[in-house]
Design a protein around this ligand. Structure first.
Ligand code: EPZ
Length: 457
């Protein structure tokens, strides 16, 4: 029997990132997930497109916006800066920046929450107001999450960056000019930082070693709708010609590949059968190859993808990478499914230095996962090997049993949910609110798929 909290209940821990013993999910596992889930717009595009609205001289409309706390954080930050945001309750936001004003540091700090998006306000606020204050960032504790690439890029555009005890203050007394920037690593956030700053800078910007994830290309589409002039080469070079002014956009977000991949892994882990409405094959090609190699079966339909097991699960060797490689956000749910594969799998994490810690709780549930801090890297890869790499070796199949666990980060938390659903017996999952940063209506979707759970707090 499921007792659901209202999905829109403001989460007490929102933004704190501290374990919240109040909202506790109790799952009674051992049942396959079967049914349909609808995936909305991508968390990692919608939040950036909302920031882009600041650059427009007229209002913007963003469609298919997911109802997640990361969107709420960005909405609050925009409103603190005088942007009016109307929500029609059906995933359509109307953002009007015509009343944009500077905000007080304390107000910004109070709303920044456990998100990394505030760093992307720098360029738009510098263009709009000539100054910006960005509080220290939150975000999943999957590594140090430095912002040196961002600050180096902003300085290249002519910004003055002062580090404060609680964040950074930026100013651009002479305005911002185009720059030639080469990223040390194809950072998604740093690429977005350059895009959101260069479009209104005086002159042309050339960005080398850029990230080219589908969410980045969708942000380029948003900016082009606003009047920006952006082109890119296949070898990760992006050119931006700065323009005098930009207008509002009307854009439907790309679907959330990470959520789609998460539900696909849930189908593998629980021997279920899940239709993910809104998922598209093109942006998931690499994931689908690994899904198939692991023993999964999928059917591509016009309006989504059906995921299920195609027989016994098989071990795989996966290395996370920048696009078009296997996304780092996909490895955590996949590892849960690999605990049920017949053999030894390896997952080599090359993007973050601490994104395999979540496996300890899986071992507490009966999994057999060994993490090698030094990694098991292949010599030839798109980006040179970095010292921070780690590898997980998963030996299966291992029957999972219920346990009491605390959610460490967004994707790790989701992985605990599907591990508990695959496990025999009852599991207690604490600090559940972190999961709601990136998964819209999680409890409703679990109920629709036949999960047996209750939520307290
Ligand atoms: C974005 O994070 C996503 N988050 C992440 O998704 C995703 O895992 C990541 O891109 C990689 O695809 C959002 O879009 C909100 P990066 P971001 O800059 O931009 C290092 C999820 O689960 N780096 O590409 O922060 C960094 O430490 C989240 O939805 C620097 O060293 O990722 C990391 O090792 C988790 N200096 C690597 O680059 C910098 O200034 C990739 O980070 C910036 C990054």
């Amino acid at each position: 029997m499921n007792t659901l909290l209202s999905e829109s209940a403001p989460s007490p821990s929102e933004g704190s990132g501290e374990p919240d013993e109040v909202t506790v999910l109790t799952i009674r596992g051992g049942r396959p997930l079967r049914g349909r889930v609808d995936v909305k717009g991508a968390k990692n595009l919608a939040t950036k497109a909302m920031v882009a609205a600041l650059l427009g001289e007229s209002a913007s409309v963003l469609r298919d916006v997911p109802e997640i706390s990361d969107v709420q954080v960005v909405r609050s930050l925009l409103e603190v800066h005088g942007v009016t945001v109307e929500d029609d309750g059906e995933g359509v936001l109307r953002l009007d920046p015509s009343g944009a004003v500077s905000a007080h540091m304390e107000e910004i700090d109070a709303h920044a929450g456990a998100s990394r998006i505030p760093i992307l306000f720098c360029g738009p606020l510098l263009h709009l107001l000539g100054q910006a204050f960005i509080p220290d960032l939150g975000g999943c504790r999957i590594g140090d999450r430095p912002i040196d690439f961002h600050l180096d890029a902003l300085r290249a555009f002519g910004a003055i960056v002062d580090k404060l005890p609680s964040g950074i203050r930026l100013s651009a007394p002479d305005g911002l000019h185009g720059a030639n920037i080469e990223l040390p690593y194809p950072s998604v956030g740093a690429t977005e930082q350059v895009l959101l700053t260069a479009v209104r800078a005086k002159g042309t910007t050339e960005l080398r070693n850029a990230a080219i994830e589908p969410e980045i290309m969708d942000l380029i589409a948003v900016l082009q709708k606003m009047g920006a002039i952006i082109s890119y080469e296949p070898n990760r070079v992006i050119f931006i010609e700065g323009v005098e002014s930009l207008r509002g956009y009307d854009h439907r977000c790309i679907f959330d590949r990470n959520e789609a991949a998460s539900w696909a892994c849930a189908a593998l882990a629980t021997d279920g059968d899940i239709f993910v409405a809104g998922a598209k094959q093109q942006e998931m090609l690499t994931f689908l190859n690994v899904f198939r190699k692991a023993g999964g079966d999928f059917d591509i339909a016009e309006d989504g993808i059906r995921f299920r097991r195609g027989g016994a699960l098989k071990p795989v060797v996966v290395e996370t990478d920048v696009h078009p490689g296997f996304m780092t956000d996909w490895q955590q749910p996949l590892i849960v499914a690999l605990t049920q594969a017949e053999g030894v799998s390896t997952v080599h994490e090359t993007v973050y230095e601490n994104r395999l810690g979540f496996t300890q709780a899986l071992n507490k549930m009966g999994a057999d996962i060994v993490v090698h801090p030094e990694g098991i890297a292949s010599p030839d890869r798109r980006v040179p090997r970095r010292a921070l790499e780690q590898a997980a070796v998963i030996t299966g199949p291992t029957p999972l049993h219920g346990a009491d666990v605390v959610v460490p980060d967004l994707r790790g938390g989701y992985s605990y949910v599907i591990a508990a659903l695959a496990a025999e017996g009852e599991s207690i999952i604490r600090n559940v609110d972190i999961i709601r940063r990136g998964y819209e209506k999680l409890f409703d979707k679990l109920a629709a798929l036949g999960a047996d759970f209750s939520v307290a707090g």
